[in-house]
Design a protein around this ligand. Structure first.
Ligand code: HEM
Length: 447
């Protein structure tokens, strides 16, 4: 694309309103808005009320922000807001503090552990479909979100919470999910208003913290050893032999839930949606599952024998990725033709990059075979980043891919999911993009 002439002061993208900047398109139609920006340049300035933010649309510059020049950036505004309830979670910290936390939580995401979690993930998927009846209409978005919450919670805490604690916890986590993105876009003063939503949000923080604290206390009591992520966090030690404090563990647990539930749940829901409206993909997926599994439940060992299922997952992650990730400059930083001031919010959108026709042929087409090795469909470096890149790259990527593939295998081995044509599916941008209103009819494959 032709580069913009060197300009110390970048004009904002068209459509900014006095006082509001681009808040309206960001709230009303965030996905078309963010996707439209790549035609304006490699770095595009938008305004969130009075705050400027610089959207990086060029994959090579995105890699500079995330990887080669990551020392020039810290986590940005979203993370500041998230820190209200994620505290010092690994995702909200930067620099040395982040490196230490990342090393301490790594054992919980080790490949051998994920192989063990696979059975727990399968159980979560099986319990989700256990009550489905032929012809039943399933609210796929919320069912998959619930399944993902059950899976992550069960991997975290092998010991079941009391039903009351589990219900309270689930409710509070869902409230936190919904409040967090709104808080990023609206002015800080709004958060202090005594609105019912703000009160619910604050109450949810208190409840989530209490439930986790009570669970940690139970785990610290002498007695039975458990085989789960919380135990690995409690046992982990840094180079000086120091452990995570209870507060740090609580912050990591909430971070895993925040980062790992809506993202995976929405991806499984989108995969069912895409498979349901692409008969050829559905046929090949069913054939592979029937051939490899022959009706038995999937295991960790089966995953590498399911290449088509895996391509369906990758293609779903390309089309339905997180839409907004922020960083902040620590000092003036040159990015392409533009010099960003110190403290500037820098944004990139995996969603927009992965639908950019400059990087992906026929970007709106659901085509799992674009990921065949001979097709070389991954686009240039930095263009396919559903899990981010660099030091903050998703630590749960292998966890997520295992969970999504197993869930898809469990569901599609038994059920054909039929889209309802009379209920529109809305692509909603929250912490990730999810299919609001996705209702599908479950038809047994082997009546
Ligand atoms: C489809 C599912 C998922 C997607 C698309 C996804 C995406 C991402 C992305 C884009 C980032 C980088 C954010 C940044 O650069 O600031 C990230 C970070 C993170 N993710 Fe995931 N994620 C998924 C699942 C999970 C799961 C299942 C877990 C845990 C159980 C998890 C835990 C985390 C954590 C802890 C971080 C912060 C890492 C750090 O800052 O060092 N994610 N994720």
């Amino acid at each position: 694309m032709p580069r913009r002439a060197e300009s110390p002061v970048l004009p904002p993208a068209p459509g900014a309103l006095p006082g509001l900047g681009h808040v309206l398109p960001l709230l009303r139609a965030p996905l078309p808005f963010i996707t439209s920006l790549s035609s304006l340049g490699d770095v595009v300035k938008v305004r969130i009320a009075h705050m400027p933010a610089y959207v990086v649309t060029d994959p090579e510059l995105v890699r500079r922000v995330l990887v080669s020049s990551d020392h020039d950036f810290t986590q940005g505004r979203v993370y500041e807001k998230l820190a209200q309830f994620l505290g010092e979670g690994v995702g909200t910290t930067s620099g040395r503090k982040h490196r230490r936390l990342r090393r301490l939580i790594q054992p919980a995401f080790h490949r051998d552990r994920i192989a063990e979690y696979a059975d727990t993930m399968r159980a979560a998927a099986e319990s989700t479909i256990a009550d489905w009846r032929p012809g039943q209409e399933i609210s796929v978005d919320s069912a998959m979100n619930d399944m993902a919450l059950t899976a992550v919670t069960a991997c975290l805490f092998a010991t079941e919470m009391t039903p009351q604690a589990a219900a309270e916890f689930r409710e509070s986590i869902l409230t936190l999910f919904h409040g967090a993105v709104l808080r990023t876009l609206l002015p800080t003063a709004w958060e202090k208003l005594p609105t019912p939503g703000n009160r619910r949000y604050r109450r949810a923080i208190t409840v989530a913290n209490r439930v986790i604290d009570e669970t940690i206390t139970t785990y610290r009591a002498p007695g039975q050893r458990r085989n789960d992520m919380l135990t690995l966090l409690l046992d982990s030690r840094d180079d000086d032999g120091d452990a995570l404090t209870d507060q740090q563990i609580r912050d990591q647990v909430i971070t895993f839930l925040f980062a790992g539930v809506e993202t995976t749940g929405a991806t499984v829901a989108w995969a069912l949606h895409e498979v349901g409206r692409h008969p050829e993909a559905e046929k090949r997926l069913h054939e592979e599952l029937d051939t490899v599994l022959g009706g038995r439940p999937p295991t960790w060992q089966d995953l590498c024998a399911l290449p088509y299922t895996s391509r369906v997952v990758t293609e779903t992650l390309r089309l339905h990725a997180p839409w907004l990730i922020l960083r902040r400059t620590l000092h003036p930083v040159r990015l392409g033709d533009v010099t960003l001031p110190e403290g500037a919010e820098v944004v990139y959108s995996p969603y927009a990059l992965q639908r950019d026709p400059r990087h992906f042929a026929d970007p709106e087409l659901f085509d799992p075979d674009r990921w065949l090795p001979e097709r070389d469909g991954a686009g240039p470096r930095g263009a396919f980043v559903p899990f981010g890149a660099g030091v903050h790259k998703c630590i749960g990527d292998a966890f997520a891919l295992t969970e999504i593939t197993i869930a898809l295998a469990v569901i599609c081995s038994r059920w054909r999911m039929r889209a309802r044509t009379d209920v529109p599916v809305r692509e909603v941008a929250a912490a990730t993009t999810h299919p609001k209103g996705l209702t599908m009819t479950a038809e047994p494959r082997f009546p």
